[in-house]
Design a protein around this ligand. Structure first.
Ligand code: ADP
Length: 164
C-alpha cells in the first residue's frame, strides 16, 4: 500500500521553512498532499485558493506532491477521506511542541489510523514564521530570502506601495 501523507497548515504565506519540510517529507512518503486551511484567528492575507495556486507553482518540481484547499472539516477527517495514513507537522521550538503534542493527542483519539509525524525544522528556518514574513513584507522590505520567489512576488503585489 502506498504511503500517503497530508501536510496541513495555514501557509499564509508558504515559507522556505514549509518548503524544506515538504521536500523532506516527499522523500519519506509516496505522496504528500499539502492542505491549505484558512485560520480566521490568524488574519488571513491570502484565500485558500490563492495559496493553493501559489504553493502548486512553488512545489512544481516535486512530482509526488499535490496541493489542495482544506474544506471546512476537521483535518483528521479530511486526511481519512483522502486515504492518508500520516499527518506531517513541523517543529521549530518547545512552544511548537507543546501545542502540536496536544493536537496530535486529540487527533490520535479521533482517528487512530492517522499517525502524526513530526519533522524538526532545519536550524536555518527555526525562527521563520508566516506572521514574521507578513510583517516584513507589509513594510515593503525584501522577503526573497524567506519565501519562494513566486510568493515574494505575490506578497509584493498584495501590499503594493502601501507600507504599513
Ligand atoms: P498552522 O496554522 O497549522 O500552525 P502554519 O502555516 O503556521 O499553520 O504551519 C504549518 C506547519 O508548518 C506547522 O506544523 C508548523 O509548525 C510548520 N512550520 C511553520 N514554520 C515552519 C518553519 N519555518 N520550518 C519548519 N516547519 C514550519
Amino acid at each position: 500500500m502506498s504511503r500517503k501523507a497530508i501536510f496541513p497548515g495555514s501557509f499564509d504565506p508558504f515559507t522556505n521553512g514549509h518548503l524544506d519540510t515538504v521536500q523532506r517529507a516527499s522523500k519519506l512518503f509516496d505522496e504528500v498532499i499539502i492542505a491549505c486551511m484558512t485560520n480566521i484567528k490568524k488574519h488571513p492575507l491570502f484565500t485558500a485558493e490563492e495559496k493553493q495556486m501559489l504553493i502548486e507553482a512553488a512545489v512544481a518540481d516535486l512530482p509526488n506532491v499535490n496541493v489542495v484547499a482544506l474544506p471546512h472539516q476537521l483535518t483528521v477527517n479530511f486526511a481519512q477521506s483522502l486515504g492518508a495514513q500520516y499527518m506531517v507537522r513541523g517543529l521549530r521550538s518547545p512552544q511548537d511542541f507543546a501545542y502540536e503534542a496536544d493536537v496530535a493527542t486529540i487527533n490520535s483519539q479521533l482517528a487512530p489510523q492517522v499517525e502524526t509525524v513530526f519533522l524538526l525544522a532545519d536550524p536555518k528556518y527555526r525562527n521563520l514564521s508566516s506572521s514574521m514574513v507578513k510583517e516584513v513584507a507589509s513594510f515593503g522590505a525584501d522577503v526573497s530570502q524567506l519565501v519562494p520567489a513566486n510568493i515574494a512576488e505575490a506578497l509584493h503585489e498584495k501590499f503594493g506601495d502601501h507600507h504599513a
